[in-house]
Design a protein. Structure first.
Length: 441
């Protein structure tokens, strides 16, 4: 088949390459000419496996990059659907559909992959086709939401189950044949609104579950109980599966998608809205913990944030909790430094190396548990710091090593008194007086 993929971002690009690999003739189009040129120069900003399949598809000539679209058997729309002030912005979907509508011939397929609020395919996609003077029923219109996890995109693209919603009888089946050419997992067909809802519900479920874990972390601090042990033991139950607390929920999907449900339906989405608020509050909780351990007087207090990516072992910093934690700390008067050897882009310059990030610092805040941070030489880091304090906002690991190196440790949701009572016999003499201002007891 001759296929066009609109939007060569983190989903469109690997999907185009997979389709090319499956033997289709694929053209990739993006409104961003800079991105197209970078891809032509083989500057591919993506996971290594994605870079590999994209290079192969481009080199083999089955994937072509184009500045203008041409007629195709199917058009896959993989454009962003951000929120602005918690309201979904569907303008990219609409613009892409209007472009496609100029080229549609009866029987062609239009498949929306972008995550959207329920009802979008009918209202925005079919609506744009109708406004272009065409009858939507003449085409196969379907929604096949992407479901892959950043960090393992290629494998999940191939093996994850897919849900395809069709606008009218036969549309989902039509699209299913296309996806069956590269998906090895089961492909389920349904109507469009159900497919739209399923995708958003998956991410909302995760948001609610993480909010529950975050609430438990704060409850455990009140009770003097370790949340990590509590969750581990509760999860031994065959029907319990609680996620992990953390400094907030980042990424371009989970913090965004619940609004796709609550924005248009505020009255019946109370739990979803509360979960969002709990998760949005977490950066502030971490900042309060910093403030209760690190005094701002009598001299400048420096806080080093470890991790700018929104989750471990990825370079993606979109909606990362680090951004908000950094902002709140600076609002309070702290000087901050951020170190993340994986992060690709951030709103402010990152430290180039760990030494520069920790030298003279009064606290480390572990925000992203990258594997590289696990390999840190805690003694060396401790020696460089003005006062060795670790605030761990992620699952605690290697705490004895931190403490052996002289660190005071605070772990989110852990029994704080236990953490601090193990401090005796610090092996490191701080260069200056400790800045430990007040320790909650
Ligand atoms: N997080 C926690 N605690 C946890 C798990 C995650 O605080 O126990 C945080 C992470 O640190 C991160 C955020 O949540 O900041 C989101 O990370 P994630 O790994 O849960 O999810 P994403 O955003 O990388 O990918 C999700 C996935 N959805 C589900 O697992 C239901 C993925 O399959 C989707 O394709 C993707 O959203 C998307 O594009 O919609």
């Amino acid at each position: 088949m001759k296929l066009s993929v609109l939007g060569l971002g983190y989903i469109g690009l690997p999907t185009a390459a997979m389709l090319a690999d499956a033997g289709h003739d694929v053209v990739g189009y993006d409104v961003d000419a800079g991105r197209l040129n970078a891809l032509r120069a083989r500057e591919i900003e993506a996971e290594p496996e994605v870079c590999e399949i994209v290079s192969r598809a481009l080199d083999g000539g089955r994937l072509k990059l184009v500045d203008a679209l041409a007629p195709s058997d199917a058009f896959l729309i993989c454009v962003p659907t951000p929120t602005r002030g918690h309201k979904p912005d569907l303008s990219y979907v609409e613009t892409a559909t209007l472009q496609v509508a100029q080229l549609l011939r009866a029987g062609d397929a239009v498949v929306l992959e972008s995550t959207v609020p329920p009802g979008t395919v009918e209202r925005v996609v079919a609506g744009a086709i109708r406004r272009s003077g065409l009858e939507p029923d003449q085409f196969c219109i379907a929604h096949c939401p992407e479901r892959v996890i950043p960090g393992d995109i290629v494998r999940e693209l191939r093996t994850n189950a897919r849900v395809i919603g069709g606008r009218k009888p036969g549309d989902a089946e039509h699209a299913r044949k296309l996806y069956a050419s590269f998906v090895t997992g089961p492909i389920h067909t349904t109507n469009c609104t159900t497919a739209e809802l399923v995708k958003v519900v998956e991410n909302t479920f995760r948001d609610v579950n993480i909010a529950f874990a975050n609430e438990l972390a704060l409850l455990c601090e009140e009770l003097g109980v370790d949340v990590w042990e509590t969750i581990r033991l509760a999860n031994e139950h065959p029907r319990v599966s609680i996620l992990s607390p953390g400094p907030g929920v980042g990424g371009h999907c989970i913090p965004v998608d619940p609004h796709f449900l609550s924005n248009a339906n505020p009255f019946v989405t109370e739990l979803i809205q509360t979960a969002r608020r709990i998760n949005e509050r977490m950066p502030d909780i971490i900042v309060r913990r910093v403030a209760s351990h690190v005094a701002l007087e009598p001299r400048e207090a420096i806080v080093t944030l470890l991790g700018a990516a929104y989750k471990p072992n990825v370079d993606d910093t979109r909606e990362s909790p680090t951004e908000r934690i950094d902002e709140l700390l600076r609002d309070r008067g702290y000087s901050t430094r951020i170190f993340d050897p994986l992060a690709r882009r951030f709103s402010r310059p990152l430290c180039q190396n760990l030494n520069d990030a920790v030298r003279g610092s009064d606290a480390l805040v572990l925000i992203t548990e990258h594997d590289v941070f696990r390999a840190m030489d805690t003694f060396a880091v401790s020696k460089l710091m003005r006062y060795p304090l670790l605030i761990c906002a992620r699952p605690p690991y290697n705490m004895p090593a931190w403490r052996d190196a002289g660190f005071t440790t605070y772990v989110l949701g852990a029994h704080e008194r236990d953490e601090l009572s193990t401090l005796g016999g610090s092996q490191v003499t701080p260069n200056e007086e400790p800045l430990l201002a007040s320790v909650k007891s």
